[in-house]
Every structure is written in structure tokens, then in C-alpha cells.
Design a protein around this ligand. Sequence first.
Ligand SMILES: C[S@@+](CC[C@H](N)C(=O)[O-])C[C@H]1O[C@@H](n2cnc3c(N)ncnc32)[C@H](O)[C@@H]1O
Length: 330
Amino acid sequence: MTDLKNQILHGDSVEILRASPPGFADLVFADPPFNIGYKYDKYHDKKAHEKYLAWTEDWIGACAAALKPHGSFYIAIGDEYAANIKLIADAQGLVMRNWIIWHYTFGQQTKTKFARAHAHIFYFVKDPKNFTFNDEIVRVISDRQKRYRDKRANPAGKMPDDVWNEYPRICGTFMERTGFPCQMPESLLARIIRVSSNEGDWVLDPFCGSGTTATVAHKLNRLYTSMDLSEQYVEAARQRIAEAKGLPIDGESDWTEHAEDELRWLYSENKAPYKQLKASPKLLSLFTAKLNDRLRRSVPYTPQEILDRLGEMERFCKLNAQLSDRVNSI
Ligand SMILES: C[S@@+](CC[C@H](N)C(=O)[O-])C[C@H]1O[C@@H](n2cnc3c(N)ncnc32)[C@H](O)[C@@H]1O
């Protein structure tokens, strides 16, 4: 029997999973070929409709068998087969919790119809009464907090909507790009892995590609297993994981809009002005701990990074105030 723990395996995932013990994974994330003629080095992505559907049934069944009874199962898919995936999963007894739209914002331009800028991400569980869902880790700042400064707002923030806008598709020019044609953003995988598994849990991805799922699982201290038909992809993914330990989740290393919102909100709630934070290491460290606690990034912000960002915001606000004074005096 093949050793699965923390492995990227070369081979057919259905065959490998059928030869493996059932019920080892806490979380499955699957991003199969969409059957739209994508160029992979080994897999032919334009199968006859019936053949593709039969294969989809096979791999969903093999993954469901690999999942523990309390496990969660996410599937990314394009418009062409989204409805089929839902029906196949229903028939196999999986229970849908969300039908997420990933609005990846950099759609490919078209002339004769609207540009497509989304994919579907299904979120299923085996048992609707028993699953892991760490809501507090993925909460985001609410409009009540951010826009209206409403004291009644839940200070823990709100759950993100089921339309995800914050993860752009990995385009050719992105630093994160590994050279693989349809790489998922690490930060998107980080949300799924954080919310639907705990440290030490086991994450399975039957379609490794560039190895995004396994890399993020490794960075977030989960076990991983992934496989691919392509020896070249498998080698590249192993290399990516070997270099990943200690690195932040890509896309979370800078000040994201979300982190900035949280910083601004916490700063306005906190009432200690920038000068005071700068002068008091104790206050700054309390402020830092509060922000990091809210953001739960893989690599927390340092007090200096926070101070620098607040300094920039202060300068920006002052500049804006001077500008509006000048405009008003004209
Ligand atoms: C859409 S890509 C996955 C991309 C991945 N999520 C990432 O972020 O890089 C699908 C991958 O599935 C692989 N594949 C197709 N059929 C397979 C099979 N039966 N077993 C294992 N891998 C397969 C392809 O070679 C391709 O690399």
C-alpha cells in the first residue's frame, strides 16, 4: 500500500484512492480539469460528455470514500459542468452547505457575450450535523463596523458572503505564478483550509497541478496528500512545498484591503493616537496583538509594520485634509 501522509504522488488519483484505506482525510479540495480544452502536458481536457461525467462520478466517489465521516469536500468547477457536479454529489449522499461563486475579477475579454469572470466552488459535507467550521478564523469586518461605526455591530465581524471577490485569478505577471496554466490563489485555499480543518488535520487534493492545496496545507500545519498524472507537475509541486515552510501565504504578505480595513477600524475604536502608540511599546504591542488576533494571518504583522502603515495613513489623511482646505478656500 502506498504511503499517503505528506506525499505528492505520481499517478491516477482514482486508482490510488481505490487502493488506499478509506476515511483518512478531514478535508478534500478538488479542482478537476473543466473539460474545456485546457492545455495540460499529460491530461487531454476535451473528453466526450458522457465519458467526462462517468469519470466525474468515479473521482467524486473515490474522494468521498477517502473522507472521514465528519469531513468536508470542496469542488471547483466551471459553468459547463456545475449543474452536473451538484447532481452527482447529491446522488452520492453528499450534503451541500454552500454554492460559492468565486468572482476572480480578471475575466478574459470577449466581443460577442459578457466576459466570464467566475468559477463555482461547491462546499459539501458528509454529515450535516457533524463537521468542522471555524467561523471565527475567517470572519471579515462588517459594513456596520467599517462604514457606520455602529456600536451594536458584532466585534468579531461577519461571515464572508458566498460570492468571493477578494481573490484575483493568478495571471501570468503575478509573483505567485509558478508557470502552471491554471493555478489557484493560495489565499483562497487558505480560507477553505482554515475554516474546514484544524492544525494536524489531513487535507486531500486529487488534482495537484502546481500543488497549491498541498503547499497551503503544509504552511498551515496540516497533513497533505495530492496526486497528478503528470510527472513534471508532481516534481514541481514537491519542489514548491520543500521551499514553502516558514513562508507566508501568498497574497497575505502585503497589506490587503481587508487588513487595511481592520487596521483602520481598530485604530478608530482604540482611541490611542498614532503619536502615543509610537511612544509606548506596551500600547503598540497590545494593539499589534489585537490586530493579529483579528486577522489570523499565517505570518502576523510586526509592531513596526503596523506603525509604518499607520504612519502612512496619518500622512495620507493630513495631506487630504490640507487639500480639501485648499479646495474649500478657492
Ligand atoms: C485544474 S488543474 C489543478 C490546478 C491546481 N488546483 C492548482 O492550483 O495548481 C487539474 C490537474 O488535474 C490533473 N489530472 C487530471 N486527471 C487526473 C487524474 N485522473 N489523476 C490525477 N491527476 C489528474 C491534471 O494533470 C492537472 O494538473
